[in-house]
Design a protein. Structure first.
Length: 227
């Protein structure tokens, strides 16, 4: 279970009270769909805009309320292979928004699979203190509301490689009828690298949860209890 990568939870509001007991205008938050992963934790961001500036002498502002956050399940496709040649393409089936599909299986949908295209946009090698490294960029074109999470790079034994993400390019027609992703990775070259082997990691909607918020913010950030 993780944050839904495609879902923008929209503009939401928290009530604000300052240290003098004065009620301020609600603070507007934009719950971002863009995320990062660190040490096994998935993080998402949010930015708040104060409805009014607190009076001089105020030492903190207390924010209270509820955020509604969309969650999703991440599933895996079967293993795909692309020859190590820039521009190589293959057609693949992609799911709709059903909950069918499981690790190691073809990506399917009860409505019938929609079409997608995988492209090896870039491939190069270089050497550093860790040995020979590989940089790849995998592109995916979808003609439906497909929810790509990422790609899992594999060796010949279907073991996951430690592939570091280097960035994502994304474009969409704006109405969920088609989208394109290009994700770049770098990893240490495994033995017998003859083809790029990987799985598609994709998401299906699961639920929206209510997250209670009660926090004090001072000039130096969050004020923890006991201070």
């Amino acid at each position: 279970m993780s944050f839904a990568v495609w879902e923008h939870s929209g503009v939401q509001y928290l009530e604000a009270v300052d240290s003098a007991g004065r009620k301020l205008a609600p603070v507007e938050f934009d719950i971002s769909p863009f995320q990062s992963s660190r040490k096994g934790w998935r993080q998402t961001g949010m930015r708040g805009t104060a409805g009014e500036i607190p009076l001089p002498g105020v030492s903190w502002i207390r924010l209270q309320g509820v955020w509604r956050i969309s969650l999703a399940r991440t599933l895996k496709s079967r293993v795909y292979e692309l020859p190590l040649s820039k521009g190589t393409k293959i057609d693949v089936p992609l799911p709709g928004n059903s909950e069918e599909g499981e690790e190691g299986a073809d990506v399917v949908s009860v409505q019938g699979p929609s079409a997608g295209k995988l492209v090896l946009e870039d491939y190069s090698t270089y050497e550093n203190q860790d040995g020979k490294m590989v940089t790849v960029m995998i592109g995916l074109k979808a003609d439906s509301a497909f929810r790509l999470d990422s790609f899992e790079i594999l060796n010949e034994k279907d073991e996951s490689l430690k592939a570091s993400p280097l960035g994502t390019n994304y474009s969409s027609d704006g109405d969920d009828s088609s989208a394109y992703w290009a994700k770049r990775f770098v990893f240490k070259e495994p033995e017998k690298l003859e083809k790029l082997r990987f799985r598609i990691l994709y998401q299906i909607p699961h639920e929206t949860v209510a997250v209670p918020v009660d926090v004090k913010l001072g000039m130096r950030g969050k004020i923890r209890k006991g201070k």
